[in-house]
Design a protein around this ligand. Sequence first.
Ligand code: KIV
Length: 272
Amino acid sequence: MSTESTAGPAKIRLRHLQQAKVEGRPFTMLTAYDQFSAQIFESAGIEVLLVGDSVGTTVLGHASTTASTHQDMLTFTGAVARSVTRPLVVADLAFGTYESGPADALRHGVELVRAGAEAVKLEGGAEIVPQVRALVDAGIPVVGHLGFTPQSVNSLSGHRVQGRGDAAAEKLVVDALALQGAGAAAVVLELVPAAVAEAVTEALEVPTIGIGAGPRCDGQVLVWQDMAGLSGFHGKFVKAFADLRGQLQAAAEQYRAEVGERRYPGPEHSFD
Ligand code: KIV
């Protein structure tokens, strides 16, 4: 007998994402790095929270995700994992923690799981199959990441759409199938032409999760500060569903004005 209510499962597992793909129901993933944003996204019903290495560029002030460290990922994964119960928590393996081989990937993956991750994400295709196998064999679910892979921003010569042209599109499908064959439970597709992302999605049994990859992926992911209009980043693939930057600035300006005019704190904010 199923214990799942009509509101959906009390805890999102990878099998629910798989089920969503089979049933043609798109699901959502948002990045999260801290307690309050994670809790708000849980309340909003977001199924998957990604503690992305984008924490480096959205929270820590770095220019590239290559600056995010394993310790950063452990700290922010712990913060998110302790703050929510329902969403699936996925954490990024930081740049430099898995490229050298399966043993390194496994060691760092185990530490992310100890910090609270329920799956780990790493960037790359067929070349990281041994790492994916080692993680999966150890019981650590893996999410792949293809297309524009931010940790390779230097070798990809900047933020550019990947998979254009027949050969590149074919390579994406081959890489995605290799990740799936190694046991990956889902694959993120970043900055990929919509038609190519659709072809990858059709070729795979596991779900694809798109960011700048059109509407036909099984799920969608955005960096939360872009989604909420806090970062001010207006890339073509981004839709800002709020104006947090404007609202926060207005609030700070009003606070400053009220303090300057001695209107805040008032008697109701003061102790006898
Ligand atoms: O780190 C991140 O935020 C990501 C998303 C862009 C998918 O990997």
